[in-house]
Design a protein around this ligand. Structure first.
Ligand SMILES: [Zn+2]
Ligand SMILES: [Zn+2]
Length: 151
């Protein structure tokens, strides 16, 4: 028995590499199971082949739409994916239902697309994109460390 040839994923920090630049291993961006909790209105859950689990609410996903228009809009406003638009205080409060897709479907083998009830459907959410914006405690902590102010 030998462990030769087995390469363990290095969890250590790599110098001069940001979270976004680091290539992800294939098993980290390949879903084992994808659950779209449409009827519950909850969101999207993915079990990845490397054993990691991710979950996002539909509201978060709508604000993280990766289409060019939404990305431009977020960059313009300095928002991160998933960060909602600040509500203008002067506007009369109107009830807006939380974003929800009418349907969702796979795009080839690499992505998922949502048809949002507000009519927007341009965003193609690739597995890699979703894995990179995983909202679990472990990943958000790692992302904060990577973008945090240097000591
Ligand atoms: Zn969009
Ligand atoms: Zn995660």
């Amino acid at each position: 028995m030998t462990h030769e040839g087995i390469r363990f994923v290095d969890k250590g920090r790599q110098a001069n590499e940001t979270e976004a630049d680091r290539p992800l291993p294939r098993i980290a961006v390949t879903p084992e199971k994808v659950r779209v909790l449409l009827t519950e209105g909850k969101g999207l859950e993915i079990d990845w082949q490397d054993g990691h689990r991710s979950a996002w609410s539909f509201a978060w996903l709508r604000e993280a739409c990766p289409c060019a228009t939404c990305v431009d809009q977020r960059n313009l406003e300095g928002r991160k994916p998933g960060q909602p638009q600040p509500k203008p205080a002067a506007v009369l409060p109107m009830y807006t239902p939380p974003p929800k897709p009418a349907s969702a479907h796979a795009v080839g083998r690499y992505a998922i697309q949502f048809n949002w009830l507000d009519g927007h459907s341009a965003g193609i959410y690739s597995w890699e994109y979703l894995r990179r914006v995983c909202q679990c405690r472990e990943c958000t902590f790692a992302a904060e460390e990577a973008t945090g102010t240097p000591n």
